[in-house]
Design a protein around this ligand. Sequence first.
Ligand code: PMP
Length: 312
Amino acid sequence: MANPKYAFFKGKIVPMAEAKISVMTHALNYGTGVFGGLRGYWNDKQEQLYIFRPIDHFKRLLQSARMMRIELPYSADDLTRLLVDLLNAEGYRENCYIRPLAYKSSEMIGVKLHGVDDDFTMFALPFGRYVQNEEGAHVCFSAWRRIDDNAIPARGKIVGAYANSSLIKSDALLSGYDEAIVLNEDGHISEMSAANIFLIRDGVAITPPVNSNILEGITRRSIIQLLKEDLGIDVVERDIDRTEIYIADEAFMCGTGVQIAAITKVEHRNIGDGTMGAITSRLRDYFFKVVSGQIEKYHSWLTPVYEEVPAK
Ligand code: PMP
């Protein structure tokens, strides 16, 4: 992974080396930050970098901030403009990943949310695959449970909550799996460590509802629309039992990092015939066309970065 040259930090774009915080920062000590993750897709033919659904990502960031009593002087439109400026400074001609982070910035001791200063930073780096095995991931059921809305709300992308995701992901990877399915305390499927999940049963797509301790994924929302409107596939949002994945025809995970990755094996069991299913494959092909600006209907999801194309 290449390092970014710049960061948006304390109100302006600065060289990365200047974007430093103190060890006493509240967010570092208590996990009191909220973040986002967006992707920029490079279209070589059009020589354009497209940011995928920035307004929706920044709206969710502001909602997460609200839950954590983090106040920012920016709207979703302002944050999109800041991001366009940042990406123009970087001049990427390749796919990239963008990390906005709003955080409690006071240098102090004290576990609370009120009366603590807030700040915002953002950086972007070139980025390829997040899950190596996008065409056929082998996953397990995590022994960890998903955080509950009454403990740390999963619908907020809260820094401290990613201790849960990190425990899940490392145990899965170090046991030889690509990812893990995470169950709620009640035993129903919630999501992956950092991605949402869909099953296909008898031609219908099924995904856990927004009140099942999931992050309300922008990719999930996009896929629901693409499946229904463009691929003619019904989508049902309902609780999913663990054993449904054993008998599903197809399964896939989705998210900004993961994009769309087929799940073809869960522990010692194949899903379907153990290879990427037909619907997952069609959806994946279509999704990559949408995000890279090849489908007219979805141009409104994309914000172009460059008025002037950066030199090679
Ligand atoms: N769930 C979790 C826990 C995540 O961290 C992510 C990645 N942001 C997702 C789902 C997918 O969300 P999105 O499609 O908005 O990236």
